[in-house]
Design a protein. Structure first.
Lengths: 274, 274
């Protein structure tokens, strides 16, 4: 593990690519090893125990790639598994929730913050916890939006049906007079334009990916792990637990670099030792 | 394995309960061991290879419960894994696709049949294959409806948004002048009323669960495996790979019997030997 090692980034599927994209933009010298758990997606409706088991397997896989840091680019895994698993590994791990909460606490003017995410993320109450720790005066309103992920995967990003679903989910938050809304699932930035239309101009939308990349840069610099300036762009690598071709197609539609190859991994074989 | 042994029924999650319910109705003396793979749901978007691995693990688990027959109450697993896995086990296995195709081929008058299902079921072309084998003169039109499962799980069974989604998916089949529509995913019977409104009275809706229970009864009788008449109802047992409480709640809302307990199983530990 040295400054030449790659950064491990993982998510339940394709959503974490929005985080990988932000890391590529802000830290262009860092090489990324991405893992998408496409066989077991979605994580949002699964239990804490199961998400922790899956996270351990993936962290074990990423360690086999000699990563120098791990970004949990999945809100549900950040909410349910990060605190437990980070204590078990020597590699620094960061999630997307804490940076997202920090950005929201700084953005709000009236102290009323909405958070949308999966059932697991909202039920965990983790955004409320981090937001209250940053600023005890904020009031947080959470709302699970379980149809957003399948709507994104269906590709209905600018669709009247998706608008109706978004209105249904978000209107109760608007009724609470929120001025800031956290996109608490990595799929949701792909619906940003549509969500903007639903919430209007007065609400600040927070995408935790931006702040996560900032946190990662600070961490690497503090530990002397930042990669020296490169002359050419690094070659990122992509692994999934199922459907490599489908993943590659999606990745090429949203990433600035070309994804030449995506490899299949039997993630269940990365068992825990204990 | 004797006539006193239970029937194994499995699905990716709760959808297969519509099949279990039909078996309980038609074969009230048979005891059911149900497994719902709630940790890895949904199956519909996963690859053949992955679905086959999962099916093998589940069949191995059900065999540990000494089942006398296995019902693959999941269209995707029936489409992708049944033919392969049934050759590997001594217990008779039936799926929902063949019985559903038979019922549809018998129901159609104009020979134009629509099939709705998950991406995996539709892409496999298995309904077309079985329907054509039964009646070479039928024309089959398939349509994947990936939002139906999350809409059912959201509980929006009689919702204007679900009506809009259904119209979007099904209108192209109606344009093809179908007179029969196969509900090719075990979640879809829960949307039956809404789908009926969308297709009108002229289209026959086929729920493969009914015909699957008929096929199972015939199979048990032929092999001398039917359970003798009981005085009291058998005690069914339910296992899941995640979220036992949530599953039990859902099961109690749709089954005629009370589900007292649902147990968690670590299904990944039922590894293949080869």
């Amino acid at each position: 593990m040295s400054c030449n090692s790659p950064i491990g980034v993982f998510d339940s599927g394709v959503g974490g690519l929005t985080v990988a994209k932000e890391i590529m933009r802000q830290l262009p010298d860092e090489q990324i090893v991405y893992f998408g758990d496409t066989a077991r997606v979605p994580y949002g409706s699964k239990s804490k125990k199961t998400i922790t088991t899956y996270t351990r397997q993936i962290v074990r896989f990423l360690q086999s790639k000699d990563v120098k840091a791990i970004v949990v680019a999945c809100n549900t895994a950040s909410a349910y598994a990060l605190e437990t698993v980070r204590k078990e590994v020597p590699v620094p791990m960061i999630g997307v929730v804490k940076p997202g909460a920090k950005a929201a606490a700084e953005a709000t003017r009236n102290g009323r913050i909405g958070v949308i995410g999966t059932e697991g993320t909202i039920k965990s109450g983790i955004y409320t916890e981090f937001l209250s720790a940053t600023n005890p005066n904020v009031t947080v309103f959470g709302k699970a939006c379980p149809l957003f992920v399948p709507l994104v995967e269906e590709g209905w990003l600018q669709d009247p049906i998706t608008v109706e679903v978004a209105k249904r989910y978000i209107s109760e938050l608007l009724d609470k007079d929120i001025d800031t809304l956290v996109l608490g699932c990595t799929h949701y930035p792909l619906l940003r334009k549509l969500i903007r239309e639903v919430v209007g101009e007065r609400v600040t939308l927070v995408n935790p990916a931006y702040e996560t990349a900032v946190t990662l840069r600070t961490l690497l610099q503090e530990r002397g792990l930042a990669h020296p300036k490169r002359d050419t762009l690094p070659e990122h690598t992509f692994f999934v637990s199922d459907g490599a071709d489908k993943f590659r197609e999606f990745a090429n539609s949203i990433l600035p670099c070309e994804v030449v190859e995506t490899k299949d991994v039997n993630i269940e074989s990365f068992e825990e030792e204990n």
